[in-house]
Design a protein around this ligand. Structure first.
Ligand SMILES: NC(=O)C1=CN([C@@H]2O[C@H](COP(=O)(O)OP(=O)(O)OC[C@H]3O[C@@H](n4cnc5c(N)ncnc54)[C@H](O)[C@@H]3O)[C@@H](O)[C@H]2O)[C@@H](O)CC1
Ligand SMILES: [K+]
Length: 495
């Protein structure tokens, strides 16, 4: 089994670079390998002899560009370098790489990017320190306006490597070659939309060096959690696979709980029960077959049901209503120390009361699944949780604050555990943006926790499986389809 893929921040990457150099690999060797990997990609993107313009910045990203230019010219491509600033002011390895270039140099104001078959963007990489302005901004705008295919070196210039935000302006690339590991900007929005497919080139930085500097940020893929997935054997029966309880809303708001309940059953929870307000029992009963039903009158009702220890995972939130009763039900669930997924109304009920959530969930596995709007409302009194520009950092801080696993939804869903582990999901699909999709996600996660997955792994696996099911279906997807798509995804995963 492959190890989980690490994502390194620019700062961590610089540490890996320094450690590699300290252990005997010259920095110039790393740059040469980086530049050659860029040249390899460029070769695949350009017809023999094609015109390639390399926009080279003042730092090591520019150095990589000079190495690539030299390799491509040697291969017979028609290459010119467009430097940003004076080449004779470059320093260190980048100056060394630039000194190997004896071909055409074109000043930015004379560069005809629109005539290029390929533009290599080697302006800025992980060293971008502020918003682009002046000559740098003009050059980026000039390249973008030309509309020619761009190959980005490490990352599209103008992207903040850590946050994925645009620093003033950014070049839109059709492909990116990065080194040793992907950076957060390759997965987080909006950055991801500017990268095209991202290729990770091995430049000789050892996996153990990457692990040593890693801040425990991962790509959310099966490599991160597959080992935890339950595989029932011949001797196991439904009582071994947990019992998920989903709280239903009132008589006209019962669908969300049923979506969650059916998803929990499909993902493998041995038994699933809907806890329904008395007035909604009839409508729930009319729609349920394999899912069981219990009457549950608010927090007191929940308290009585949870006296039965077999209910080991709970979903609270979908269509429960935003009021004190919902908060009280959360309190009962927390007291009962069961695995818990809180979404939607269960979160919004704590608006302006988020201080009540401080360390509230550290006793039992809990997953909170807000989208950005819910997250902002929930933690509106806590600028320390809302201010960090990095979505990963915001999610991590909220996880540490609440003691729960935080799943901050979006096309770049981030999942963070209170211990600092975090993952960015990348298999999402816009088709998942449909009514009830979040309810299904809650059911999947709770169903996995019912079977014994730890909260972080359940949240990561649930996010990935939910997205995979949606992506496999595509246009026309509605939430009722999702549970039925889970067996196919599970079959592939457990193969
Ligand atoms: N870290 C590594 O392991 C390796 C890194 N390499 C390359 O090195 C790059 C990082 O190099 P650097 O740290 O030199 O950084 P960059 O080359 O990304 O940029 C730094 C330079 O840009 C200037 N600068 C920063 N922000 C600016 C702005 N807004 N406007 C104008 N100028 C600005 C800085 O003063 C500095 O001269 C990576 O992206 C990668 O391409 C490779 O050479 C191989 C190994
Ligand atoms: K770049």
């Amino acid at each position: 089994m492959a190890p989980p893929e690490l994502i390194l921040t620019p700062h961590e990457m610089a540490r890996a670079d320094t450690a590699t150099i300290a252990s005997g690999t010259p920095g110039l060797d790393l740059m040469r390998r980086a530049g050659r990997a860029v040249a390899d990609a460029a070769r695949r993107m350009t017809a023999p002899g094609g015109r390639i313009l390399v926009a080279a910045g003042p730092g090591n990203n520019g150095g990589d560009g000079f190495v690539a230019a030299t390799a491509l010219a040697a291969d017979g491509f028609d290459v010119a370098v467009v430097p940003l600033g004076r080449i004779d002011r470059m320093r260190g390895d980048a100056a060394e790489a630039a000194s190997g270039w004896h071909g055409e140099v074109v000043p930015a104001e004379e560069a005809r990017f629109h005539e290029a078959d390929l533009v290599i963007d080697a302006l800025f990489g992980t060293g971008l320190a502020r918003d682009l302005d002046g000559a740098a901004r003009s050059l980026v705008e000039q390249i973008d306006a030309a509309g020619r295919p761009v190959l980005a070196v490490d990352l599209p210039s103008g992207l903040d490597g850590e946050t994925g935000d645009v620093r003033g302006v950014v070049i839109k690339a059709v492909r990116t070659v990065t080194f040793a590991a992907r950076k957060p900007c390759h997965l987080l929005m909006p950055g991801r939309a500017y990268c095209g497919p991202v290729e990770v080139a091995d430049i000789g930085i050892l996996p153990e060096t990457l692990s040593a500097v890693s801040g425990q940020l991962f790509v959310n893929s099966p490599d991160l959690w597959r080992a935890h997935l339950p595989k029932p054997d011949l001797a196991s029966h439904k009582y071994d696979r947990g019992h998920t309880l989903v709280a239903s809303g009132g008589a006209t708001r019962t669908g969300a709980a049923r979506l969650a309940a059916v998803a929990a059953l499909r993902i493998g929870s041995g038994l699933v029960t809907i806890a329904s307000p008395p007035e909604a029992l009839g409508v729930n009963a009319a729609h349920l077959t394999a899912v069981m039903l219990r009457g549950c009158d608010g927090p007191e009702g929940l308290y009585h049901i949870l006296k039965d220890p077999r209910f080991n995972a709970l979903v609270l939130g979908p269509a429960l209503g935003i009021h004190a009763n919902t908060r009280a039900m959360v309190a009962v669930a927390v007291q009962a120390q069961r695995s818990l997924v809180l979404d939607a109304d269960a979160l919004t009920s704590f608006e302006d009361l988020s201080s009540e959530l401080h360390q509230a969930f550290r006793q039992a596995p809990t997953v909170l699944t807000p989208h950005e709007g819910e997250f902002k409302r929930l933690f509106s009194g806590h600028p320390d949780l809302l201010d960090p520009p990095s979505k990963v950092e915001r999610t991590r801080r909220a996880a540490a604050y609440t003691g729960a696993v935080l799943l901050l939804k979006g096309s770049d869903t981030v999942i963070a555990a209170p211990d600092g582990r975090a993952a960015i999901n990348e298999n999402g699909t816009p088709y998942l943006g449909t009514a009830g999709s979040g309810d299904t996600l809650c059911g999947i996660i709770a169903g996995l926790m019912a079977q014994g997955l730890p909260a972080f792994e359940a949240a990561c696996a649930g996010t990935w499986i939910h997205a995979e099911a949606g992506a496999g279906f595509g246009p026309g997807l509605i939430s009722e389809d999702l549970a039925g798509l889970l067996p196919g995804v599970l079959r592939d995963l457990l193969r």
